[in-house]
Ligand binder design. Structure first.
Ligand SMILES: Cc1cc2nc3c(=O)[nH]c(=O)nc-3n(C[C@H](O)[C@H](O)[C@H](O)COP(=O)(O)O)c2cc1C
Ligand code: SF4
Ligand code: SF4
Length: 437
């Protein structure tokens, strides 16, 4: 049976699934229920200085639903904890005392001044917490308190605060990165330079989820006015996966420990993050939507998959997909595929035809010999995958790799050798190989 115990920065937990800093970890009541359900760890809802901030009394959440009301995207205008510091610290101490085998990490957001960090760090250390996570990334609010969103967007500040924290505490320091930035590698590099032990990502994405067309107010609105909030849930997973991969393969941050966050709902989501280099993962929206007991499926699913694949420990597959992430110019341009339609599965809805006809390469028939029939025309198909994406029947359209003969579209022989854009004859900046002596 697979061993799913996790060690992230020396912080041990019985499994690699932690709850992210958010409402599920707002107080001892929630965290204890989560640990009872089986969560490996919790990053406590972000603490700030007293007096605590206040939250709106109006709706603080918005949502994007699929046609079946499934929650695809989630948005919030909630700030950090609105409870007094002393109450949170007391509860953290009690929870850590009662649950020594679980990871308890404390998220912090205080003003960008060394004295503020110097003041709060010993208080957190005194709780016995396993580590701290620096929240530089809340995309809404906080600016009126002179702190918050800007810090994570300025690598110099990230480095500076990480350095202060390393100077003033013995606890492992995780820097939580905001995705509201052009290139996520810069704050990650800054965190490393500042001495941080690891990074976690992503925090939420600045967003407006919709507009009420009767009141003409963005949603969610309080008393007729709305503001941008933080987007999360399944919809942000692709953004998060890319950012995790970018850091994992950055030669300037080799081996920097990463805690993956963003849209994780199933064990498979978690494994994808870990395959792209995350040492463990954190979950928020899925717990809010379905409750703490999803941890049972996460743990069982992970164990079953590891057993099936022969992975004994989590570390055995962490980062396995990283070498396969590359830049576009290194993709193999000699790799040729054509779409294939399984006529037994096809329900003749015509979606593939119209998608390819209107917006792709006119490579799928609609009628053959006067009868409704969907067939790929190899002379036109570029293997773009659009028809696969729009077909409502799973596996009805697949892509076949051509390994020999001639590509009927280009008339060129299939070249089994790897060839990319950097040396392609159409590339004016191509690297011309030196002639052999
Ligand atoms: C209502 C809500 C409140 C949040 N509050 C915090 C917070 O106080 N500190 C923090 O670092 N992240 C906060 N987050 C961000 C989450 O920790 C997490 O990074 C983000 O939601 C992405 O994960 P998910 O897609 O699993 O929700 C909050 C998220 C939500 C939905
Ligand atoms: S793969 Fe692209 S080009 Fe080929 S049939 Fe499908 S949609 Fe058309
Ligand atoms: S979209 Fe799929 S099911 Fe519909 S006609 Fe095309 S192949 Fe058949």
């Amino acid at each position: 049976m697979a061993d799913i115990r996790n060690d992230f920065l020396g912080i041990k937990s019985p499994n690699p699934f932690w709850l992210a800093s958010a409402p599920p970890t707002d107080k001892a009541y929630n965290v204890v229920r989560a640990f009872q359900a089986g969560w490996g760890g919790a990053v406590w809802k972000t603490l700030g200085e007293d007096p605590p901030i206040v939250n709106v009394n109006g709706p603080r959440y918005g949502a994007i639903h699929g046609p079946d009301r499934q929650l695809l995207g989630f948005n919030n205008v909630e700030l950090i904890t609105d409870r007094p510091l002393e109450v949170n610290l007391r509860e953290i101490k009690e929870v850590k005392r009662d649950w020594p085998d679980r990871a308890v990490v404390v998220s912090l957001m205080v003003p960008c001044e060394e004295s503020a960090w110097q003041k709060i760090l010993p208080l957190v250390e005194d709780t016995g917490a396993d580590g701290i996570e620096l929240n530089f990334g809340c995309p809404h609010g906080m600016s009126e308190r002179g702190m918050g969103s800007a810090v994570g967007q300025v690598p110099d500040y990230v480095e500076m605060v990480a350095r202060w924290c390393k100077q003033h505490t013995r606890m492992p320091v995780i820097v939580k990165l905001t995705p509201n930035i052009t290139d996520i590698r810069f704050p990650a590099r800054a965190a490393k330079t500042g001495g941080a032990d690891g990074v976690s990502l992503i925090n939420t994405i600045s967003s407006i989820v919709g507009v009420d067309l009767d009141t003409m107010a963005p949603e969610p609105a309080t008393d007729g006015k709305g503001t941008h909030g933080g987007y999360c849930g399944p919809a942000v997973k692709p953004v998060a996966l890319n950012m995790v991969a970018e850091i994992a393969r950055d030669p300037e941050t080799p081996g920097l420990p990463i805690s993956g966050i963003g849209g994780i709902t199933t064990w498979r989501d978690g494994v994808e993050f870990m395959a792209l280099g995350a040492g463990n993962v954190q979950v928020c929206t899925a717990a809010m939507a379905y409750g703490f007991r999803i941890i049972e499926d996460l743990v069982e699913g992970l164990k079953n998959w590891m057993d099936e694949k022969g992975y004994a420990r989590v570390d055995d597959f962490v980062g396995k997909a990283v070498p396969n992430v590359t830049d576009w110019q290194y993709l193999n341009l000699n790799y040729v595929v054509k779409a294939r339609i399984d006529q037994d599965l096809c329900i003749k809805c015509g979606r593939c035809h119209i998608a390819c006809e209107d917006t792709s390469h006119q490579a799928i028939t609609q009628t053959v010999n006067g009868r409704r029939h969907f067939e790929v025309i190899d002379e036109e198909c570029v293997g773009c995958n659009l028809c696969v994406a729009v077909c409502p029947v799973e596996n009805c359209i697949t892509l076949e790799h051509l390994t020999e003969g001639v590509d009927p579209r280009t008339g060129k022989a299939i070249d089994p050798a790897y060839g990319n854009w950097t040396t392609h004859e159409n590339n004016p900046l191509r690297v011309v190989p030196e002639p052999a002596e």
